[in-house]
Design a protein around this ligand. Structure first.
Ligand code: GCU
Length: 675
């Protein structure tokens, strides 16, 4: 437990003042165990209550003796008898209530389907773990998104692209014969958040993952996930028909190619009857795709969709496309390629769009595709692993980033339509959110204790994108560490501020992609001259002796025109563009006057300093909290914060020194010169 393995599912004994009434309300349970989903829910309930209440609950022999009743109308005669309003909850929804039955009070977790009861059990446990009174509990929940996915960028050799938590948790070599118990704990953690899908392999996919040997391994994992309501998906390599099928082409309109994929789908579903479908990265960063044959993204996606359709599978086609052979602003390419295809995709295709138009930066304006393709279900792709945000050592709570994107107003079709509303489906049968996982074989799963919060926040937001990042952080802190307000309040504050801190010390005021080439760790705004200009930081900041920033207004690439007209106007206008996105949208003179009265240059320096100060203050906050945390976890966080402080300083010093080499400007009074 002190190594972080238990994540937010620690189930440590509650204080007596909470445990005693909870025992009186929940100490005798009736919960079915006829199938594997029911058994998963029951095992978790027993495990959770035993830990939290300090003793194992009794299982009622006759249902009417129970204090806590869990089930569906089909699995529990008592639930059926109570005639609860379960209509409209769907296969995954549930309710938790206190009801009177034959003169005594019962707590009921009821759902139309077994998976709903599993989610309800986790919710009830969370109420206890976060110190809520369950005496008058009244919860009615159902997910707002259909597909709630983790995408693993895991390779078959167990390396993880952009992974900072050890090697892949999938031990391909020993699968299918050996099922590491860790897989079950992984599934439990995901189910506790309501996540219902996992893509096992990297989007830069190996065709090997579709060979019989690997499909058997995937099937074994699907067997572990199934009781927890989780389906397995695979990243499909578009050229697999050539590489493992012996065909000469992967042209999506070629009948043999279509046959190959249909047969492959049949083969997969024979092994994995509830297989979820494919994620595809095509014609991006050198990956094969339909454009290699003069076909469109829709031709490619639809071919795979047709192969999966008879089995109920879906295609998540990624919109992260760009190519250095295309001279236009990289930020514009996805919109340019996909908007003309709106309405051309099959019903079982979703377009998976990253939160911003470049690539998982500390801050990006929301992707202009959101709201721009009303005839296509668009799903969100967030990154949980911190590729551009300091890997596993920097403490950055991504809930704040996710919330900022989700709450952005797209102005499409009119003002007041947020990104969250767009991905909620707007009438489409499918909807979803994917997070690039930060999970590896490290004992603490995510590379650091606080990175667990990013997995947690992603999962909670995938269930309901309208939730508050702060409230989610608070739940996580209570479940992971302590319920003491003297601990919870400062830690939640620190988490909420941590995101702005990293923006400040890495990429203030709309700067982006200034990280070292390739690894993306640490500052390298000077990197230039590589074979792909769109991988060079200088391509993005465009600093010269006059000013800095990427001109995406009407005077430049005009990427602003990809937003709804009202927003396009605002972003185009130097006096109205939000300052936080200033240099994303404009190339601005160093002496430009900011709202604060400072010049742009002075303001930049001020942001760098604030970022460093913020990390120093996070470190100070944590130093005062050692009494509330076990030594191993306390020490890891403290050490990582020390690394982060040093590296925030490095970012500030390196960035300032480099900008000064270009603009020749002095530092504002009181600012220390870089060493
Ligand atoms: C980023 C990342 C790559 C990844 C790509 C993607 O560019 O650096 O490693 O493959 O995103 O999302 O496809």
């Amino acid at each position: 437990a002190e190594d972080g393995y238990d994540l937010w599912l620690r189930y440590l004994p509650l204080p007596a003042a909470q445990a005693q009434p909870a025992l009186a309300q929940l100490g005798t349970v009736s919960i079915p165990r006829q199938n594997e989903v029911q058994r998963a829910a029951r095992d978790e309930l027993m495990r959770g209550l035993s830990g939290l209440l300090g003793q194992a609950p009794r299982e009622a022999t006759a249902a009417d003796a129970a204090l806590l009743v869990v089930g569906t109308p089909a699995s529990s005669p008592l639930v059926a008898q109570l005639r609860l309003p379960l209509k409209g909850l769907g296969a995954e929804g549930y309710l938790i209530r206190r009801v009177e039955h034959e003169g005594h009070l019962l707590t009921v977790v009821a759902a139309p389907g077994d998976v709903g009861t599993l989610y309800g059990v986790f919710h009830l446990l969370r109420l206890l773990q976060t110190g809520q009174d369950v005496a008058s509990v009244d919860v009615r929940e159902q997910p707002r998104l259909k597909l709630r996915m983790l995408d693993h960028w895991d390779n078959l050799d167990r390396s993880v692209e952009r992974g900072y938590a050890g090697e892949s948790i999938w031990d391909w070599h020993k699968l299918p014969g050996w099922l590491d118990p860790r897989y079950t704990d992984y599934a439990r953690a995901n189910a506790s958040l309501g996540l219902n899908g996992t893509v096992l392999n990297n989007v830069n996919a190996s065709a090997q993952s579709l060979t019989p040997a690997y499909l058997e391994k995937a099937a074994a994992l699907a067997g572990v996930m199934r009781p927890w309501g989780i389906r397995v998906y695979l990243s499909a390599r578009f050229s697999a028909p050539i590489e493992i099928g012996g065909l000469k082409t992967a042209d999506p309109l070629d009948p043999q190619v279509r046959r190959w994929w249909a047969d492959k789908a049949d083969e997969i579903y024979r092994l994995i009857p509830d297989f979820g479908g494919f994620v595809v990265k095509a014609n991006s960063e050198g990956q094969p795709g339909p454009q290699d044959y003069g076909r469109s993204h829709a031709d490619g996606a639809n071919m795979l969709a047709d192969a999966l359709q008879p089995h109920g599978g879906v295609v998540m086609w990624r919109a992260f496309v760009y190519s250095h052979e295309q001279p236009d602003d990289r930020a514009k390419q996805a919109y340019s390629e996909f908007v003309p295809l709106d309405g051309k995709f099959r019903d079982n295709v979703l377009l998976q769009v990253k939160n911003g138009a470049i690539d998982f930066q500390p801050r990006e304006p929301f992707h202009p595709l959101f709201g721009a393709m009303p005839k296509t279900p668009l799903m969100m792709e967030f990154q949980i692993t911190k590729e551009y945000l300091g890997f596993a050592t920097h403490l950055v709570y991504l809930g704040a980033l996710y919330e900022e994107t989700l709450q952005s107003d797209t102005y499409r079709p009119t003002k007041g339509h947020t990104v969250a509303q767009v991905i909620e489906g707007q009438g489409h049968a499918l909807s979803g959110m994917a997070g690039v996982a930060n999970i590896g074989s490290d004992r603490n799963w995510s590379g650091s204790i606080f990175d667990q919060a990013n997995w947690y926040a992603f999962g909670r937001l995938a269930w309901n994108p309208q939730q508050s990042a702060r409230a989610i952080a608070e739940d996580w802190v209570r479940m992971t560490f302590s319920q003491d307000p003297a601990f919870v309040q400062p830690v939640v504050r620190m988490m909420m501020d941590s995101r702005e801190a990293v923006v400040d010390y890495m990429t203030p005021l709309g700067l982006h992609h200034l990280m070292g080439r390739g690894h993306h760790y640490g500052p390298a705004p000077w990197d230039a001259g590589s074979e792909r200009p769109d991988w060079d930081p200088v391509y993005y900041h465009r600093a010269d002796h006059l000013g800095i920033g990427f001109e995406r207004g009407s005077a430049g690439s005009n990427a602003v025109a990809q937003y709804a007209p009202a927003l396009a106007k605002q972003f185009d206008d130097l006096s109205r563009v939000p300052e936080r996105d200033l240099l994303w949208f404009h190339h601005v003179p160093w002496d430009h006057r900011m709202a604060s009265g400072r010049t742009l240059w002075d303001e930049m320096v001020w942001h760098y300093a604030r970022g460093v100060d913020e990390v120093a203050s996070m470190r100070g906050t944590w130093a005062g909290l050692s009494a509330y945390v076990d030594a191993p976890r306390y020490q890891q966080v403290a050490s990582f914060l020390a690394i982060q402080q040093q590296e925030a300083q490095w970012w500030r010093d390196a960035s300032i020194a480099y900008w000064q080499s270009i603009n020749g400007l002095p530092l504002p009074a009181g600012q220390a010169a870089p060493p």
